[in-house]
Design a protein around this ligand. Structure first.
Ligand code: GDP
Ligand code: MG
Length: 188
């Protein structure tokens, strides 16, 4: 849907991945058109990326290696396009995206959060993302409202503009921190 994405960045640095580097799978959920593909694509341009591990980048699957706090993690993003059966996808984190300018996409996101809580429980990192934050004058979902929904379903909330690459790095890092926290809650 929408305009074509810009080309993926060329490989940055290519050291071999650490043998003990951790591997996390992130499923990206949300209504069509909210910016899932654009966001996932923007992750590939993050300054936190240690190197680009992938040899085949399709539109729906992205793998990156992220260096955070001196620790390397490989993150695989599955752009689910809403078709995914949550029971069948084993993921370390769920990113539920809506557009702050489209009320119905928020309703879909809240339904997904409820479904996740029911099916998966609270031991996986779940992040609610209000994308298209650049569309200030078209905003239909208040920040507080989204924060409340996130709180209710044991998720984190953040707002991004994938189009302007605003807060996207922070989302990537926040997600990784949340994954690490869920795996080991006693970490600082
Ligand atoms: P998907 O269906 O969820 O994968 O959504 P896409 O990533 O294909 O984006 C749908 C449309 O929204 C495209 O035209 C994008 O350029 C546009 N879009 C994505 N993110 C943003 C954003 O943060 N702000 C604005 N204004 N448009 C965006
Ligand atoms: Mg898409």
């Amino acid at each position: 849907s929408g305009s074509p994405l810009p080309p993926l960045p060329k490989t940055i640095k290519i050291p071999e991945p650490e043998a003990n580097s951790s591997y996390f799978k992130v499923v990206v959920l949300g209504a069509p058109g909210v910016g899932k593909s654009t966001l996932t694509h923007q992750f590939m341009t993050s300054e936190y990326i240690a190197f680009d591990t992938s040899t085949e980048q399709s539109e729906r699957e992205y793998t990156v290696s992220v260096l955070l706090n001196g620790e390397e993690s490989t993150m695989e993003f599955l752009d689910a396009e809403n078709e995914v059966d949550l029971h069948e996808v084993k993921a370390d984190a769920y990113m539920v995206v809506f557009s702050i300018a489209h009320r119905d996409t928020f309703d879909t996101a809240v339904d997904l959060l409820a479904e996740l809580l029911l099916d998966i429980g609270t031991d996986r990192a779940t992040i609610l993302v209000g994308n298209k934050a650049d569309l200030v004058r078209k905003r239909k979902v208040k920040t507080e409202e989204a924060l409340d929904a996130a709180l209710q379903y044991d998720a984190k909330y953040t707002e991004t503009s994938a189009a302007l690459n605003h807060n996207v790095d922070e989302l990537l890092v926040g997600m990784l921190n949340q994954i690490r926290f869920k795996l080991n809650p006693s970490l600082p």
